[in-house]
Design a protein around this ligand. Structure first.
Ligand SMILES: [Zn+2]
Length: 95
């Protein structure tokens, strides 16, 4: 099959810039780049990590749970607010 042989020969010997293949390759390349960009964009929300766990404490007055960083330390434990701390401390002072 001389015709087929010449086709194969031309396929591998014709420079890429003279060939229609360059458009196909360009389109494939753009498709891959576009896919990678959109795939990465779609991954971002899933990659978002949840906030690191915090120590939870409960208010000695009302029992409300809150992160230790937001709690107010006082005599007798941790409190959710200055009002509860004052109530708890004044109640204990009476006794
Ligand atoms: Zn409280």
């Amino acid at each position: 099959m001389p015709e087929r042989a010449s086709f194969l020969k031309s396929f591998f010997t014709v420079p890429l810039h003279d060939c229609r293949m360059k458009y196909v390759l360009l389109i494939v390349l753009l498709a891959v780049v576009f896919y990678k960009l959109t795939a990465r964009r779609n991954e971002r929300p899933a990659e978002r990590k949840p906030a690191p766990p915090q120590d939870m404490v409960s208010c000695a007055r009302c029992g409300l749970h809150m992160p230790a960083s937001e709690a107010l330390p006082g005599r007798g434990g941790m409190f959710c607010s200055a009002a509860h701390r004052a109530e708890f401390e004044s109640a204990n002072a009476k006794v």
